[in-house]
Design a protein. Structure first.
Length: 196
């Protein structure tokens, strides 16, 4: 089974692309969604976060206080490193357990921070989804109801597209001009052949 990392900057269209791979039969693991579940459902993760940042990181009902966590992460690089040292190993372990439950010639691991988290070391191929910056800003403003300044800050906190391009095996251009489906089917066919 070929393990394929799928990444791209905020607003590039990773989730849209992963949904098409799913329609083609490929099992998809969404690292961001699974990480969010682990914050609430994994007792060890929860205990480590509370011991480092206090119980106010969680609401009384046990749900994660995302706003409080964001304040901690974006205000202090050391806190971000601590959070990452807790959540990344838990996601890796969760991903390895998930792998045992799926059967297909290849799987997709969608991760916004595939390189930054070190997860790229555990995949065989990497697909990068790219889009022009103005399109990405437009999409995120619409999707997350953020202002342009906030979106640009998030973009500047991620690796840039040219750096990601150098480290990827495939690129899907999601600029609303190129046919995304054709690009995905081409990669799907290559992966199906390689897995034989």
């Amino acid at each position: 089974m070929i393990k394929v990392g799928l990444t791209g900057g905020i607003g590039s269209g990773k989730t849209f692309v992963s949904k098409i791979f799913k329609l083609l039969g490929a099992p998809v693991y969404n690292s961001d969604i699974e990480a969010k579940k682990l914050y609430t459902n994994n007792i060890i993760v929860k205990e480590k976060i509370i011991s480092n940042f206090g119980s106010q990181i969680y609401f009384e009902n046990g749900e994660l206080n995302k706003q409080k966590l964001s304040e901690v992460i974006f205000s202090d690089k050391k806190s971000l490193q601590i959070i990452n040292s807790i959540i990344h190993p838990a996601v890796k372990e969760n991903f390895e357990m998930w792998l045992k439950t799926v059967k297909f010639p290849y799987i997709i691991k969608e991760a916004a921070i595939l390189f930054e988290s070190g997860a790229y070391k555990y995949v065989d191929k990497i697909i990068l989804v790219t889009a022009p910056e103005h399109k990405r800003i437009e999409r995120v403003i619409k999707r997350d109801n953020l202002d342009e300044k906030s979106v640009k800050e998030r973009i500047n906190n991620q690796l840039n597209q040219s750096e990601l391009r150098k480290r990827s095996d495939f690129e899907i251009i999601n600029d609303e001009k190129e046919m995304v489906l054709d690009q995905i089917i081409k990669i799907h066919n290559i992966l199906m052949l390689k897995s034989k």
